[in-house]
Ligand binder design. Structure first.
Ligand SMILES: [Zn+2]
Length: 219
């Protein structure tokens, strides 16, 4: 195996372990993918992070096929493939059921412009993708559409998804989405947030474009 592919597989396993240890995910529910040339490397279905080995990462070819004699890919492979296929700026996708993001997603709420870090998702809100059955093409299409020009979204009655040029960046965005979700959830308990103006969010988005490319942007 190409040593660069081996390294990418190891990094995918590390991201799954990090999601588990940072409380973004529990059990075998999260999934992670990365672009590998024309192919996609993705976590297998039903394997908890602690049991995951780099050899179990599935390579899905440009034809949408994977080796018949190995593990099956995550049930959400269509969603990962749809995002990576349509977004040349994205090389990594992280999906999880982090608690506060999922609470909001189950209540049918997007995250409005209540904190400047909401802009980490690439717009003045963190949008909510419509519900469809897990693993379905309908879910993949709805998520891809909602993510147009964005780096993250909540997924109705399901969880959240984050994208990035690298795996570490996608993980950092997923972590920040969970933090923003927790803060928004907290404000809803005390009368709701005071929103930032559209003008201010435009300014923040411009600053993120100029200065925030390398780091999650916490200042
Ligand atoms: Zn899921």
């Amino acid at each position: 195996m190409d040593p660069r592919e081996a390294a990418l597989r190891e990094e995918i396993v590390r991201v799954m372990l990090a999601m588990d240890s940072r409380g973004l995910n529990r059990g075998a529910s999260g999934n992670v993918s990365a672009r590998w040339g024309e192919a996609v490397l993705i976590t297998p279905t039903g394997v908890p992070p602690a049991d995951l080995d780099p050899s179990q990462i599935v390579r899905i070819g440009a034809d949408g096929c994977w080796p018949a004699d190995g593990p099956r890919p995550s049930s959400e492979w269509r969603m990962h493939e749809g995002i990576l296929g349509g977004r040349p700026d994205v090389n990594a996708v992280v999906h999880c059921h982090s608690r506060h993001a999922t609470i909001l997603a189950c209540a049918g709420r997007e995250i409005p412009s209540m904190h400047y870090m909401v802009a980490i998702a690439g717009g003045s809100s963190i949008p909510l993708a419509p519900y469809a059955t897990f693993g379905s093409s309908e879910l993949a299409d709805g998520v891809v559409e909602t993510l147009a020009g964005r780096n993250a979204a909540l997924m109705a009655n399901h969880g959240q998804i984050a994208l990035g040029p690298t795996l570490s960046r996608a993980l950092a965005i997923a972590e920040e989405v969970e933090e923003q979700a927790a803060v928004y959830w907290g404000t809803l308990a005390i009368g709701g947030p005071k929103l930032l103006s559209a003008e201010e969010m435009t300014r923040v988005l411009e600053l993120f474009r100029t200065y925030g490319q390398q780091a999650p942007g916490k200042t």
